[in-house]
Design a protein around this ligand. Structure first.
Ligand code: HEC
Ligand code: HEC
Ligand code: HEC
Length: 299
């Protein structure tokens, strides 16, 4: 009886180590793909795939020229400008970028060398092709941090409405919507980071000041609420919860354990599922003694 728990604890430990090793083995390939892939250098200007920001107005001839090559392969679409109204005049490259003068032959199989060559000259190519599983356009499972490492030109190609590039693709007509949306709680996640940091005693502020925002190049950005120079928020703004500024999340440094087996050594008298007791100046150990007595009573 006295030995049984020790044996089962050892078995649990082995199972836990096995699970940990399995988890590491499973998570490594995908994590490494994004972290370790060396970016391919691309001279987008020389490749002829850069496009000026979408203009608010243009002639129909200009608009058509910016879609010409794309439409040889992308033959059918519900609304070629992505807007139903004919009042909006936009070519594919106004939003996506790419080279619209390259024509493809849609009769060829998609793996035909001529078709592939045309596709890859017309498209904006990623700097991290392996991480994106390029040339497949199916998105990888987690593109979140990957988007920050990729070039803004490619981000714009796959999603012109991404906030890193939306000013270029949509800004000439929708700048107010973009500015409001960038500051919205849906984009910053302020409620989550603020709640979590306050409730866990990391930051003492009930008016949140952490939120997510990124520059065009995927660097963490601070957001400020525009106010008149020298003036802060008005009392009315403060009352309805407007925040003056919002900072990026601080980086969280995790140091790998020196010896992976010792992470299971929690120290202290009792070993429970809470935080380890290593270094806690608990000289009397009263709670632990109490727990041991209860434990013994159960045996
Ligand atoms: C030679 C044919 C061809 C031409 C020309 C072409 N495309 Fe494509 N495009 C494709 C094919 C095929 C795919 C799908 C790739 C896949 O998933 O295998 C694609 C995918 C895309 C995607 C999704 C990419 C992703 O990774 O999510 C966008 C956006 C796109 N094309 C825009 C354009 C634009 C804009 C142009 C003109 C500048 C253009 N294409 C010209 C064949 C072409
Ligand atoms: C008003 C700007 C705009 C214009 C003009 C436009 N697109 Fe798009 N396109 C977008 C946005 C925004 C998306 C959605 C991206 C997403 O959901 O991630 C998109 C999605 C796509 C996709 C799917 C991308 C993917 O990763 O699955 C393809 C392919 C595409 N567009 C091709 C074209 C072609 C070809 C034209 C021209 C005929 C064109 N687009 C014109 C804004 C535009
Ligand atoms: C050339 C100007 C122009 C550009 C550039 C443009 N849009 Fe628009 N967009 C309009 C206009 C005008 C309307 C209103 C159309 C209507 O009411 O029929 C509109 C409507 C919309 C709507 C519907 C809004 C609503 O209230 O129903 C969405 C969503 C939208 N655009 C998204 C985008 C995105 C995303 C981009 C960039 C990738 C973009 N637009 C680029 C002019 C533009």
């Amino acid at each position: 009886m006295g030995r049984a728990p020790i044996v089962s604890r050892a078995a649990h430990l082995l199972l836990a180590i096995g699970a940990l090793a399995l988890a590491l083995a499973l998570s490594l390939p995908s994590a490494q793909a994004a972290d370790k892939e060396k970016p391919v250098k691309r001279d987008y200007a020389a490749m002829g795939v850069l496009a000026a920001p979408a203009p608010a107005n243009q002639s129909i001839a200009d608009m058509d020229a910016k879609s010409e090559g794309c439409l040889t392969c992308h033959v059918k679409t519900d609304a070629p400008t992505m807007h139903v109204t004919p009042a909006v005049r936009l070519g594919c490259t106004d939003c996506h970028g790419g080279n619209p003068s390259i024509a493809g032959n849609s009769q060829l199989p998609h793996d035909h060398p001529d078709y592939v060559a045309a596709r890859d000259t017309a498209h904006v190519l990623p700097t991290l092709p392996k991480s994106w599983y390029w040339p497949s356009s199916a998105n990888p499972k987690r593109t979140y941090a990957l988007l920050n490492k990729e070039s803004p030109e490619y981000v714009k190609f796959v999603n012109p409405s991404d906030y890193r590039v939306a000013r270029e693709a949509c800004g000439s007509c929708h700048i107010q919507a973009i500015e409001a949306a960038e500051r919205s709680i849906m984009a910053t996640g302020a409620m989550l980071w603020g709640g979590a940091s306050y409730n866990n005693g990391i930051l003492p502020f009930k008016n949140y000041l952490l939120g997510e925002a990124y520059t065009r190049n995927g660097k963490p950005a601070k957001i400020t609420t525009p106010t008149r120079p020298g003036e802060g928020l008005t009392p009315a703004q403060e009352k309805r919860g407007v925040l003056a500024e919002m900072y990026p999340l601080p980086t969280w440094h995790v140091i790998p354990p020196g010896d992976v087996f010792r992470v299971f050594e929690r120290g202290g008298r009792t070993i429970n599922s809470q935080f380890p007791e290593i270094g806690l100046p608990n000289t009397t150990g009263r709670i632990q003694i109490l727990e041991e007595q209860i434990g013994r009573a159960h045996v």
